[in-house]
Structure formats: C-alpha cells, structure tokens
Ligand binder design. Structure first.
Ligand code: F3S
Length: 70
C-alpha cells in the first residue's frame, strides 16, 4: 500500500497523526511531513484510518496489490 500526502492541501489539522501516530509524522509546524511512502507491513489499517480522518482529503491511498499481480 502506497500513501501520497498532498502537502499543499494539508492545513495542519493533525488528525492523521492523532489517529495513526505510528504512520503519520508531523513537522515542527504541525503539518504532515510524510510526502509519498510505502506503508510498513501491519500498519495498513492505521494508515487508512489516518487518511480518512483528514478533513482536507490530503492523504491518498494507492493500493498497489492489483498492479503487482498483473
Ligand atoms: Fe494535514 Fe490532514 Fe493530517 S490537514 S496534518 S494531513 S489531518
């Protein structure tokens, strides 16, 4: 599972970090600092929960499973 954080949309609500601190880190100003990354195995549910918690829809989930199988 790949996550893409659109940092231009991030307004620093910090709900991603509040709900999934093991996945989403914030910078010194409280903005999501993750950019684009592959979720560590076992953290997929937390990554999804954190993404859904963002009121700005700044976090996009790319499930690569299908692409890898093709
Ligand atoms: Fe930013 Fe959304 Fe998290 S606005 S800090 S990505 S909850």
């Amino acid at each position: 599972m790949k996550i893409i954080v659109d940092r231009k949309r991030c307004c620093g609500h910090a709900l991603c970090n509040f709900t999934a601190p093991e996945v989403y880190l914030l910078d010194e100003q409280g903005y999501n600092s993750m950019g684009e990354f592959i979720v560590t195995e076992g953290h997929e549910d937390a990554a999804m929960t954190g993404a859904l918690a963002c009121p700005e829809n700044a976090i996009r989930i790319c499930d690569q499973t299908r692409e890898e199988k093709d």
